[in-house]
Design a protein. Sequence first.
Length: 141
Amino acid sequence: MITVSEAKNIIKDHVSVLDPIRMLLADAAGKVLAKDVFAPDDVPGFAQSAMDGYAFAYDSSSKNQPLNIVGELQAGADKELHIKNGEAARIFTGAPLPEGADTVVMQEKTSVNQFELLIEDEKLLKGSNVRLVGSEIKKEH
Ligand SMILES: Nc1nc2c(c(=O)[nH]1)N[C@H]1C(S)=C(S)[C@@H](COP(=O)(O)OP(=O)(O)OC[C@H]3O[C@@H](n4cnc5c(N)ncnc54)[C@H](O)[C@@H]3O)O[C@H]1N2
Ligand code: MOO
């Protein structure tokens, strides 16, 4: 009986790495990449909301304390908005996260009274519902 690492070493000693070859993607099934593939740009190119809801700074909120809704960001918005402690912004899926915010709560898990937002999501973590720059596809840096 030999150990797994001994077996791995025997395999390693009996195979050699092939030289890389160029081929069409359509013919590459079953092959292994010679090196990592990177995109020309990060996707998404900016931090954006993955949900319709409200963006805010996680550390500035306490669960039972209402936040002031100070603005709105729709997908495609280029409006500069800065969220301060105790504030939140209405946000829609794909819209850029406002400056100062790091978390989005889904609208289903809130209640809103005029411009006051109450978060009703016990399981919400810092960074929830946010797609960070390059989180889907990464640019080579
Ligand atoms: N609070 C929540 N936010 C989000 C949820 C959720 O459950 N709660 N789900 C997320 C998921 S999952 C997805 S996916 C997205 C969906 O939002 P989208 O804005 O991407 O999609 P829609 O609201 O359906 O809007 C699509 C829009 O496009 C129109 N349409 C459809 N086909 C065409 C076409 N060929 N040409 C032009 N326009 C087209 C369609 O009529 C709609 O108006 O939400 C997350 N957020
Ligand atoms: O409904 Mo959506 O699950 O991201 O496509």
